[in-house]
Design a protein around this ligand. Structure first.
Ligand code: G3P
Ligand code: MG
Length: 244
């Protein structure tokens, strides 16, 4: 397992810059964050792009589903203006562009987010890209979809894997009752699922724990006091300040 990062900039430094864009990842580097998290999915023509929602409506000037747009169509959209005029004309990045930026500077947690299209070739494409760009030592994968972790493990067993859980899921998924059958070295639970006991139990099973999304400094301090391995935060500057 990689040297687990204590602070992971969630969708980049997304408190101050548009989430999942190069300015947000660049800001994470400037702040000194050791790691970023991003949401990877496929365009209609099979390119790995970085975008959180299944649809474009909230964070771009486009509409509709990401998986029904070609890369050329996605690249025309403005993914920054919603966050402030200074970010206008910021584009949805490809995973290739983010890897180019992050190389030798950041660990990259690639969340495999083909939740609407679970039978697509996202996992294969991401693994291929990681290998082609020689990012094997710098990435770890996560997903709410256990089958993605299985697939990733089959294709490239050396890349660390994390299982995401959340209270919005069915109990079977939220409590990860199937976990013994899914390869993973870390758990990424929602903040509401975290307790000192939960962290201890994971550690007893040699699992690291990193929780999302922890933006409140009081909660950050609490989780670090309980011995959590990492937090996903939109405010890496605040978390790093607190740890300093
Ligand atoms: O990977 C942590 C977190 O990003 C999971 O939830 O919805 O922000 O992708 P979400
Ligand atoms: Mg995510």
């Amino acid at each position: 397992m990689l040297n687990f990062p204590k602070v992971i900039a969630h969708r980049g430094a997304s408190w101050d810059a548009p989430e999942n864009t190069l300015p947000a990842f660049d800001l994470a580097i400037k702040i000194g964050a050791p790691a970023i998290e991003l949401d990877a999915k496929l365009s209609e023509d099979g390119f790995v792009v970085v975008h959180h929602d299944p649809t474009l409506d909230r964070t771009t000037n486009g509409k509709g589903n990401v998986w029904q747009k070609s890369l050329a169509e996605l690249k025309k959209l403005d993914a920054g203006a919603w966050k402030g005029a200074q970010f206008a004309k910021t584009r949805i990045p490809t995973l290739t562009e983010v890897f180019d930026l992050a190389r030798r500077k950041l660990l990259v947690n690639v969340e495999l987010t083909n939740y609407e299209t679970p039978n697509d070739r996202l996992v294969e494409k991401v693994v291929e890209l990681v290998n082609r760009m020689k990012m094997q030592e710098q990435v770890f994968f996560s997903s709410f979809h256990p089958a993605n972790l299985r697939r990733a493990h089959r294709l490239q067993p050396s890349i660390p894997l994390s299982l995401l859980t959340g209270t919005f899921q069915s109990p079977w998924l939220a409590h990860a009752w199937f976990a013994p059958f899914i390869p993973h070295q870390a758990r990424h639970p929602e903040n509401k699922q975290i307790s000192a006991e939960f962290i201890q139990k994971c550690h007893a099973r040699q699992l690291k724990v990193a929780s999302y999304t922890v933006n409140d400094p009081t909660e950050m301090r609490q989780f670090f006091d309980w011995g959590i391995d990492g937090i996903f935060t939109d405010r890496p500057d605040v978390a790093l300040g607190l740890l300093a």
